[in-house]
Write a protein that binds this ligand. Sequence first.
Ligand code: GAR
Length: 196
Amino acid sequence: MTKRVAILISGGGSNMVRLVDSMTGDYPARPCLVLANDPGAGGLEKAAARDVPTAVVDHRPFGADRAGFEAELTRVLAAHAPDIICLAGFMRVLTPDFVTRWQGRMLNIHPSLLPKYPGLHTHARALEAGDAEAGCSVHEVTAELDGGPILGQARVQVLPGDTADSLAARVLVQEHRLYPLVLRRFAAGDGGRIDL
Ligand code: GAR
């Protein structure tokens, strides 16, 4: 059965674009919604240009009321009936309640070789640590921040003279390869792990 995928973004949505563009032909999933928590997220226009329904649930009016924000998120998601949620540069931390509801059906891409560097500033932290390699991970989302089972990773070498920006740009190229491959397997119900 073809799976319906909702993609949650906060910014430019380059990973979202790769996911949407990969979901054709015999790919076992199709995008049903691109949702942003910021009305200014550049990815919204890119999704609309691809005829994918879009929605915004702005987190700001909710202030510290995370449960209220997530109730609205849940309401909008329910209207599109996704089987799978892909977080793709979605920069809001989700509560255990929300995560538990979607556990086993929600993926995230993170710009580090988890379990190294959960959270923010991953590339700067890898450089500071003098790591010889960096990369990205796609994992199932659990209540532990960036801590769920890893479904795939892609590695890049750290080069002499790398800055956080130059490293981020090279890792992003690998994110674009990795996420569609992992989602394809996941949507097909194949639990195997992908290493690039
Ligand atoms: C990506 O590098 C993604 O891995 C990262 O944000 C970027 C979004 O770019 N996500 C996180 O840091 C999540 N903690 P995009 O909007 O162009 O896909």
